[in-house]
Design a protein around this ligand. Structure first.
Ligand SMILES: [Zn+2]
Length: 1004
């Protein structure tokens, strides 16, 4: 009897329960503790044996023992502890144990959950000795639900054993080549084994994955030798020759060129290339070890069978990842995949799955006994079993779902091709939920048919919750049934939250749009000089705004995005103070210290997953999280993003490639989703933090209106397609939306209404101190516009952030022309100590006071500071014109004044703002004084006076006329004045100026 099969046989007064009980004995060297691994002790011992530097393959061994691995085999080891628990290895054979459980099961015993509350034990007065001679065979030799006894604990281990699972020693499933090559020695000494990207081999130490070159002959030879060593020393039966995870970009060396088959799509792109290598290894190894196997997974870019091999070597074990996924949308596709593989190999395949299937939407109640049962029955006879990796929580918040998945999977491994899952399910409902059985059955059935829709539709999730409430009401809370239902109840909290979320719609948020199919490549080097970036349509670009208030940040950030092939790219440029370096708090990947310094964050909510977080700092360090899983697993996810940064004077940049896969087989790696469209858009936010001793500034492409980045309902729309206005839910409100309404009133000079709106906003309970200060500052602006200076003062008194309050107080004094008071009260203020995001505003106000009292030097100093700390273009322009004015009038330095004016118009594409016109006027004034008439005329020609109307047209005409008269073109000057006076819309001031000039010229 093999693979845990058992026999129950009875005689006159005896009952025998028989099976293979071979105990597993680990082979040295094996780690007794984690320290044996991290200290390098195991590696050194393995190197000693092989004479090589292949990675040590059994680092997880001790996790499969229920006792203290450190005592194993010592005299102090207690095989049976004081509570009577026997210590076992997960790799032990348990034939007679299966027989005992099988016999108990025949008497009606069931184990639905780990622990006592999961046990059903019928009450019997006596047990009749049966007349029996029965041999029970499992449907698969391999029945591995990867419990790792030391990790999941004794109760879970006991449960798994009772369900009849089997995890034989001696087989390796995943990423064997990663184990073999991923060490410093190999990276350093065998660079040619690794994939070539650009002009570099993928040998950077400290990377989580280093990809290989499967055309390299030495790698092939070494793989063969390493596989043989594992067979010989560790008595392995099946060794993995699978590439390191995430092989999505083929090696670019001459030998590998053309070996990929991208026309087969993502899941077939590297099939010929990878399987050819693996098959060669199998062939070579078979010469010495004909009864051993090597394995590879049908996975990622090599999921589909190769086309360049008719029949795989007989010793090659194919493991299909996601090969029967019951949550997959298309059963036919999976069956086709299994059939296609069956044509390539006579050896039954192994199915590999990740449980729980809904790891990325764990709240979804995928209670799916029917499809679970059918999918397993469908592989009986063609598969030698399953290897299921558990990333599972056995705690009370999750077990209400997880037990279901495990129970129905494990028990379907027995019972033959026609094992009846419906009967099993009915029995489960009846025995486990007692009086609530019919209602629970109805709840589960509804979930089986509708769980997928519950991700997007509230109606379905609400209906499921209603059905569950009905079931809940059928049982007494304190009864055993009530306790079990409580576990399902706790699990459903996730669905309840989701349902609440679904009731919420998105308010007005920005849009970032992918346009067309970009031509050319992007070199990830951190320089954003690729043609593609330069020619990108505006719709694919954006700028960040301050997170809480939506204002322009002091240090601006621009973003660009595009999609090429299967990759999403972003180019991000962060402006910095010239001469200052950005702050990087780490250079290591995955180091959470990154959040103590400058960083940009990309938050991606794909059409199928909410949401991923990728953080990069100026040093190029990266950390990535999947916020869609439970908190313990956030950091286990890996984006596999390729990133480069550059730090220059006055800026730093990020260039990043994020691979996107539609394959859900490996939830721990890469962004999962499909290219976003208008009907299935993604939601995205790009955020930046700038952390300094004198303050921090947070900005985002889609400001959240809160103090944090993590507001998925505020993320921007992101899709590829034509321009489109997404409807916004008008009932959504937040600070940003409310402030926009008030700002509009203010722009229309409805100061009273605007003031009331700002005050109301400032009284909102959920507002942050910065928001409250901003609202009150604007309210006091309105009060001042209404000349209600006392009220403005009262509003200012309530501002909670000190630097904003001081700025507003200065404004109040200034508007009452108390210039000297500003200087008396705030002249000594050290603005460099203020938060850097407010210091510029403070300096600008104070400068105006100095300007008025004609203290040119102090005004100049404050204006310089204000300019350095302002990025908002219009405000910058106001500062420059004032700077020019101060230099011209107070400092009497025409040269410097001209310099300030020039900055306002020279590089501007179009001159159209009042401050720019003023700067042009100022420049002409100075140039005339300097008798540089040609230059003055050039400056004047920058303004299209003919296209202007009203005030600025008349101003510019006056400038033109004064230039003409200065160069003795009197007639032309006279014409300009006359033309001006003919315009009926000319203001009184302009009319008087023209008339006075005319009179003067006429006298000449
Ligand atoms: Zn290569």
């Amino acid at each position: 009897m093999k693979y845990g099969a058992y026999r129950i046989v009875s005689g006159k007064n005896w009952l025998a329960l028989i099976g293979d009980d071979t105990d597993f004995v680990p082979i040295e060297p094996w780690p007794r503790s984690n320290n044996d691994i991290v200290s390098g002790k195991m590696q050194a011992a393995w190197d000693e044996i092989t004479g090589e530097h292949w990675g040590y393959p059994h680092s997880q061994m001790r996790k499969h023992y229920t006792g203290a691995a450190s005592l194993f085999g010592t005299p102090r080891e207690q095989k049976v502890d004081k509570d009577g628990n026997v210590n076992v290895w997960g790799f032990d054979e348990r034939g007679s144990f299966n027989a005992v459980c099988g016999y108990l099961r025949s008497l009606g015993v069931r184990w639905y959950l780990p622990g006592d509350s999961g046990e059903i034990v019928p009450k019997l007065k006596t047990i009749a000795l049966p007349e029996i001679d029965q041999t029970v065979e499992p449907d698969f030799p391999l029945r591995t639900l990867n419990f790792r006894f030391a990790v999941y604990g004794r109760e879970a281990a006991m449960w798994g054993m009772r369900l009849g699972l089997r995890e034989p020693y001696g087989r390796q499933a995943a990423h064997g080549l990663d184990h073999m090559t991923h060490n410093e020695y190999t990276l350093k000494n065998h660079p040619n084994w690794f994939a070539l990207y650009g002009d570099k081999r993928d040998t950077q130490p400290g990377k989580r994955l280093n990809q290989l070159c499967y055309s390299n002959e030495e790698l092939f030879q070494e793989t063969v030798r390493s596989v043989r060593a594992q067979f010989d020393h560790f008595q392995m039966d099946e060794v993995s020759v699978m590439p390191p995870d995430g092989y999505t970009a083929i090696c670019q060396c001459e030998l590998c060129k053309g070996k990929d088959t991208p026309e087969r799509g993502y899941r077939g792109a590297f099939s010929d290339y990878v399987w050819e290598f693996v098959n060669r290894v199998a062939k070579e190894v078979r010469k010495t070890h004909p009864d051993k196997r090597i394995s590879n997974c049908a996975y990622g870019t090599y999921t589909q069978p190769p086309l360049n091999i008719d029949k795989l070597e007989p010793n090659l074990q194919v493991i299909i990842v996601g090969g029967r996924r019951p949550t997959g949308e298309s059963r036919e596709e999976l069956m086709q995949l299994r059939q296609d593989w069956a044509k390539k190999t006579d050896r039954p395949v192994i199915i590999f799955e990740n449980y729980p299937f809904t790891g990325r939407g764990f709240y979804l109640p995928a209670y799916i006994p029917q499809v679970l049962g059918d999918s397993i029955n469908a592989t009986k006879g063609t598969s030698s079993g399953e290897d299921i990796w558990l990333t599972m929580d056995f705690g009370e918040n999750a077990i209400g779902y997880n037990h279901f998945l495990i129970y129905f999977t494990a028990r379907m491994y027995w019972g033959g091709k026609d094992q009846n899952v419906v009967e099993m399910f009915d029995e489960y409902c009846r025995l486990f939920y007692g009086p609530a059985a019919p209602a629970m059955r109805e709840f589960f059935s509804y979930c089986e048919n509708h769980w997928r829709e519950m991700e997007k539709k509230r109606e379905q999730s609400e209906h499921a919750l209603l059905l569950f409430e009905a079931a809940k009401s059928k049982v007494d809370e304190d009864s055993i049934y009530g306790q079990r239902i409580r576990l399902v109840d706790l699990y459903l909290n996730g669905l309840r939250n989701k349902s609440k979320q679904l009731a919420q719609k998105r308010g007005p948020v920005p849009t970032l749009r992918l346009v067309g199919d970009p031509l050319g490549d992007i070199q990830i080097d951190g320089k954003l000089d690729d043609k593609l970036w330069e020619k990108l349509p505006t719709a694919s670009t954006g700028r960040l705004r301050e997170l809480q208030t939506g204002r322009q940040p002091i240090y601006g950030t621009s973003i660009k995005s595009c999609w090429i092939g299967r990759d999403l790219y972003f180019a991000i440029r962060c402006e910095e103070a010239p001469g200052q370096s950005p702050v990087s708090t780490t250079t290591k990947k995955g180091d959470q210290a990154i959040w103590y310094g400058d960083a940009v964050e990309i938050l991606l909510n794909t059409e199928s997953h909410s949401y991923y977080q990728i953080v990069v700092n100026p040093a190029g360090a990266l950390i990535d999280l999947d916020r869609g899983t439970d908190k313990n697993n956030w950091f286990r996810w890996d984006s596999q993003a390729e990133v480069a940064t550059q730090v220059g004077d006055g800026y730093w940049t990020v260039e990043i490639r994020i691979p996107v896969v539609s394959d859900e087989n490996d939830p721990l790696h890469q962004v999962i989703g499909h290219k976003p469209t208008r009907s299935l858009p993604w939601y995205v936010n790009i955020c930046r933090q700038r952390i300094r001793e004198n303050g921090s500034e947070y900005s985002a492409f889609a400001p959240t209106g809160t103090a944090g980045f993590h507001e998925p309902m505020k993320f921007a729309h992101f899709y590829r397609g034509l321009s489109h206005q997404f409807p916004a839910d008008e009932s959504v409100t937040d600070y940003l939306i409310a402030e926009r309404v008030a700002n509009k009133l203010m722009r229309k000079r409805k100061y009273q209404a605007a003031e009331a709106a700002y005050v109301a906003l400032s009284e909102n309970k959920n507002i942050t101190p910065i928001q409250k200060s901003t609202a009150l500052e604007k309210a006091s602006d309105c009060a001042r516009a209404l000349k209600a200076f006392d009220r403005a003062g009262q509003l200012t008194d309530q501002i909670p952030v000190e630097s904003i309050q001081k700025t507003a107080r200065m404004e109040n004094l200034l508007s009452q022309r108390n210039y000297q008071s500003v200087i008396d009260q705030y002249g000594d203020e050290d603005l460099a100590q203020w938060p850097f995001w407010q210091a510029g505003a403070g300096a600008f106000v104070r400068a105006r006071a100095y300007l008025r009292v004609k203290d040119g030097k102090k005004a100049e100093a404050d204006l310089q500071q204000a300019l350095a700390l302002t990025s908002e273009p219009r405000l910058k322009s106001s500062i420059l014109v004032m700077m020019g004015h101060n230099r011209e009038m107070n400092l009497q330095d025409d040269k410097l004044a001209l310099d300030a004016y020039q900055q306002n118009y020279l590089s501007a594409g179009h001159i159209g703002s009042a401050d720019q016109f003023r700067s042009v006027q100022g420049a002409i004034r100075i140039l005339i004084r300097q008798q540089k008439y040609g230059e003055a005329s050039k400056v004047l020609s920058l303004v299209k006076t003919g296209d202007l109307k009203g005030f600025w047209r008349h101003e510019m005409m006056l400038s033109q006329a004064s230039l003409l008269s200065a160069t003795d073109q009197i007639d032309q000057a006279l014409n300009v004045y006359r033309e001006l006076l003919k315009d009926p819309s000319v203001s009184k001031g302009h009319r008087q100026a023209a008339e006075a000039a005319l009179a003067e010229l006429n006298q000449k």
